[in-house]
Design a protein around this ligand. Structure first.
Ligand SMILES: [Fe+2]
Length: 265
């Protein structure tokens, strides 16, 4: 893959995204969040692939995956007014369909197309694709990390907004506006297990879920970046003063520090 191929696809992508623009302020605000997210995931991907010293070709494939990973978000919000896959469609799989419908990867080699499609199709899954071939696995790991790094930014902002004005905050939770948490969600973090979205009951459960993502981060360089941005620290600072919650936050910090200490060893 070369730079001109990347540029050609980028010249398709942004007009495609802009084609969903409309007069509805609510839709526009939500689409803008995903445009911003796409640009920032591309930025995070560049930082990550630089820190891993990948080849120029691999860097370009990874950047293209970052650009295209949320292609289906725009159609999803315009059609369903939600970013919930459970209430609409699987946006990771739908992205691959859209790319095929529009022949976006027509000039990319079959091997590289396979890698790009595989990484995009599993970027939002709870677990990384279990039967992934080695070539695709690297890129699936990269996009899952770059995506989460930026989601911590978005989440920290959401939690700060919630603190300032809880009434303006829309969360699909059974027990909103509570200082409580669900013990099984806390235990999942301690056990380094993934949390099911259906287990979430309070806003603190969402913070715990995101803290638990740390154990799913693939590269210690990503953890270093997460520590540097400080967004996860903001999320954890917004947990209530509860001994068990604070112990979970300490556990997450210690895990990150230990992984980061392994870089370049
Ligand atoms: Fe996504």
């Amino acid at each position: 893959m070369d730079h001109s191929q990347y540029t050609q696809i980028e010249e398709w992508f942004w007009p495609y995204v802009h084609s969903f623009e409309c007069d509805d302020k609510f839709v526009t605000a939500n689409l803008d969040l995903k445009k911003d997210h796409t640009e920032k995931v591309c930025h995070e991907m560049n930082l990550l692939t630089d820190s891993l010293s990948l080849s120029e070709n691999d860097k370009l494939i990874a950047l293209l995956i970052a650009l295209l990973h949320d292609t289906a978000r725009f159609e999803q919000f315009v059609k369903f007014k939600t970013y919930s896959d459970a209430k609409s469609f699987n946006h990771s799989l739908r992205a691959v369909e859209i790319l095929r419908e529009n022949n976006v990867l027509a000039h990319i080699s079959p091997d590289e197309t396979h890698i790009i499609e595989k990484a995009i199709s599993c970027h939002g899954a709870k677990e990384i694709c279990p039967n992934c071939d080695d070539n695709s696995l690297l890129f699936a790991r990269l996009i899952r990390d770059a995506d989460k790094i930026d989601i911590f930014r978005v989440a920290a902002k959401n939690f700060l907004d919630y603190k300032d004005s809880p009434e303006g905050f829309v969360q699909d939770l059974p027990a909103e506006n509570s200082d409580g948490y669900t013990p099984s969600v806390l235990q999942a973090v301690i056990d380094q297990r993934r949390v099911n979205y259906s287990e979430l009951r309070t806003i603190n459960d969402v913070k715990l879920l995101q803290m638990g993502w740390i154990f799913d981060i693939n590269f210690p360089q990503s953890l270093l970046r997460i520590r540097r941005t400080g967004h996860l620290e903001v999320i954890m600072s917004l947990l209530p003063e509860d001994d068990q919650l604070q112990a979970a936050a300490r556990y997450v910090r210690q895990y990150m520090d230990a992984q980061i200490a392994n870089i370049d060893k």
